[in-house]
Design a protein around this ligand. Structure first.
Ligand code: NAD
Length: 245
């Protein structure tokens, strides 16, 4: 079984790659096409190979429709199938709505939201021919409840939840499942950028009063991709230490 993970050179994506390798998946690691990211992605691939599976790296800017199509073709040529897809790549450009530039809005929508279309269109076509497949999209609690300073990010993540349900309804009869996870505050380079004020505000509402660990996201993604979740589709699983209660 082959899984393609976007933005897997660091953070949550890296952890998902290593976890799925341990579970026996062959891993296609997408990385943003820079030298730095290539080096990091190759290290992730090496770590995955230590689990005895095949792992290769594939550059593409996931906000670019053409690059995604080429990457998906390259992955299928290299591995023969694509059985799982994790749309993990994402960015933040945080600021208050009234200060947000059009560029900040458009960039976040392109990378976080349009990428899911760019990736799912070609991958789901392959999965339909295979008559099986599972997709996990990376949403966020910001898409469920909103978060001050993240107007663009909340828009992108809320859209992903809708896209997940629509795709699940379109392809469920083809034995393809589409789910999302909505992490809360997880310890990664992305959340290092949050201000202390933003973190304190989030902790006020977290039942478990701590950050989540990347492994705690990877384990839910692994479940959703696995046959253990064979009757789960169209769902968004919140992984937030009890943010919403
Ligand atoms: P991160 O910044 O550590 O990793 C993001 C990855 O996406 C990086 O590898 C980056 O190179 C890649 N990426 C960015 N733009 C790209 C592009 N155009 N094309 C290809 N790759 C690109 O962040 P993370 O915390 O690991 O976040 C991973 C996902 O989880 C994101 O979708 C993020 O929105 C989501 N998320 C994170 C948290 C959190 O607390 N960290 C919470 C909720 C959701």
């Amino acid at each position: 079984m082959v899984v393609l993970i976007t933005g897997a050179s660091q953070g949550i994506g890296e952890c998902i790659a290593k976890r799925l390798a341990k579970d026996g998946w062959d891993i296609a690691i997408n990385y943003y096409p820079t030298n730095d990211d290539r080096v990091k992605a190759e290290k992730v691939a090496e770590a995955c190979r230590e689990s005895g599976v095949k792992a290769e790296i594939f550059p593409a800017d996931v906000s670019d429709f053409g690059q995604c199509a080429e990457m998906v073709k390259a992955v299928r040529d290299a591995f023969g199938s694509i059985d799982g897809l994790v749309n993990n790549a994402g960015i933040t450009k945080d600021t208050l709505l009234t200060l947000m530039s059009e560029e900040q809005y458009d960039q976040v929508i392109a990378v976080n939201q349009k990428s899911v279309f760019n990736m799912m269109k070609p991958v789901v076509k392959i999965m339909m021919k295979q008559k099986h497949g599972a997709v996990v999209n990376m949403a966020s609690v910001a898409g469920l409840y909103g978060n001050p300073g993240q107007f663009n990010y909340s828009a992108s993540k809320a859209a992903i939840i809708g896209m997940t349900m629509t795709a699940a309804k379109e392809v469920g009869a083809r034995n393809i499942r589409v789910n999302a996870v909505a992490p809360g505050l997880i310890k990664t380079p992305m959340t290092d950028k949050l201000t202390d004020e933003q973190k304190a505000k989030i902790f006020e509402q977290v039942a478990m009063k701590r950050f989540g660990e990347v492994e705690e996201i990877a384990s839910v993604v692994a479940f959703l991709l696995s046959d253990d979740a064979s009757y789960v589709t169209g769902q968004t699983i919140e992984i937030s230490g009890g943010l919403s209660m």
